[in-house]
Design a protein around this ligand. Structure first.
Ligand SMILES: Cc1ncc(COP(=O)(O)O)c(C=O)c1O
Length: 408
């Protein structure tokens, strides 16, 4: 009897099916080895003064207790105003918005609210690593569809329409979109989104769209929310947050916007997962979302400068770079370096991980191995991702260190 009880598995099958986040592990390693951290996507510069001040004032004004579980009224109203200004979307702050602990919680709450065990979720890959565990935790089955890299680094990552169509079937419940995209920097075009829209309508499928980099755009690209396309308003959950736009990744304020029936389901899940996001920081969120248009223009211009510095440094060190059109990451092809790391098996699945280990320990730069963005690790074995949400001296120091890689 006692023996049978001893054999009981004390961790869940779900938890056993995924690993710790590789991205966050790389941050721990960066600290351990004193490396420049270009792994995790958090800024190393200050948040806007008026946003910080608003948070301080909210604490001074004793906004210390639970906010309404689905979000402080002022913040929901500011989100609705901003979505109308930016994408022309009509959103009711009373029925359509759930404020969560970051967009991370918004995505898992949405997944738990809309999927049943056995439902399929279409995910473009390479993908932001949270989506895999999100699908596992919610009992959904992932169907991966490739974003194919451009043959010329300055081209665009694209999906094959036939491959995407083939991923939809009667069990498909949702497609996860991320535009601007992490890790590729792809910004989905209107034509691509319309193609996805047509499939969603044909198969009665929801779009869960992570638009957290919506204001970080380059080269004249435009951000389009799929919810704004005809036929998508009621079948889209738009996920966003303060982390990237206002450089406050540690504040953990995000939101999910959807039609009332879907919102009620998300609100229930969210309430029992976390009750709510930090109340004083939600007040500051309302101030952040009221910043003038010029704030967003400067944000994009500053990131463009950082992109140029890192691109130049990486190219000088011998990396082949995929130029991002949005977000703040550069995916690179490392095949030129691989012979010196694993001459016997240049295509082995662990090459990117071995290269990343070398970079963090010997060169002093932390990055993310490409395999962590793919379902089959071999697909990312020739790629690593650099983040450039850093001060110019940080990027310059990383570029200086990377020159050591240059074949002499
Ligand atoms: C695509 C994407 N979504 C979500 C997040 C996390 O956002 P949040 O801080 O709002 O949870 C990140 C962070 O890197 C991201 O890259």
């Amino acid at each position: 009897m006692g023996e049978v009880v001893q054999q009981k598995q004390l961790t869940s099958e779900k938890a056993d099916r995924f690993t710790e986040s590789v991205i966050r592990e790389m941050t721990r390693q960066a600290m351990l080895y004193g490396a420049v951290n270009l792994a995790q996507g958090f800024p190393d510069f200050a948040a806007p003064e008026e946003v910080k001040r608003a948070a301080q004032q909210a604490i001074a004004a004793d906004i210390n207790q639970y906010a309404i579980t689905w979000g402080a009224k002022k913040l929901r109203e500011a989100i609705a105003r901003e979505m109308r200004r930016w994408q022309g979307l009509a959103v009711d702050p009373e029925t359509d918005i759930t404020v969560c602990c970051g967009s991370t919680e918004a995505m898992i709450s949405a997944m738990l609210a809309v999927t049943n065990p056995g439902d399929e979720v279409v995910i473009f890959e390479p993908f932001y690593e949270n989506y895999g565990p999100d699908a596992i935790l919610s009992g959904a089955r992932s169907r991966f569809v490739k974003l194919h890299p451009p043959s010329d680094g300055d081209g665009e990552w694209v999906f094959d329409e036939r491959e995407l169509r083939a991923a939809f079937n009667r069990n498909t419940k949702a497609i996860i979109l991320n535009t601007p995209n992490n890790p590729t920097g792809k910004v989905f075009t209107r034509a691509e989104l319309e193609f996805i829209r047509d499939l969603c309508v044909e198969w009665n499928v929801l779009a869960l769209t992570d638009e957290i980099y919506e204001h970080i755009l380059y080269d004249g690209t435009k951000h389009i929310s799929i919810a704004a396309l005809d036929g998508m308003r009621d079948r889209t959950v738009t996920i966003n947050g303060m982390s990237k736009t206002y450089s406050v990744t540690g504040w953990r304020v995000g939101w999910a916007v959807a039609a009332p029936a879907i919102t009620s389901a998300i609100r229930k899940v969210h309430d029992f997962l976390t009750v709510g996001a930090a109340a004083p920081l939600q007040e500051a969120g309302a101030v952040a979302l009221s910043l003038p248009e010029s704030y967003y223009q400067k944000l994009a211009a500053d990131y463009r400068e950082r992109r140029e510095i890192l691109l130049a440094g990486l190219r000088a060190a011998g990396f082949r770079c995929f130029v991002p059109r949005g977000a703040y990451y550069i995916m690179t092809d490392i095949s030129a370096f691989l012979p010196m790391f694993s001459p016997a098996a240049p295509a082995a699945g662990t090459d990117d991980v071995r290269f990343t280990q070398y970079l963090v320990k010997e060169v002093g730069v932390a990055v993310v191995p490409g395999s962590s963005f793919y379902n089959d690790p071999r697909d990312g074995a020739q790629q690593v991702r650099f983040a450039f949400c850093k001060q110019l001296p940080t990027l310059q120091e990383a570029a200086r260190r990377l020159q050591r890689l240059r074949p002499s």
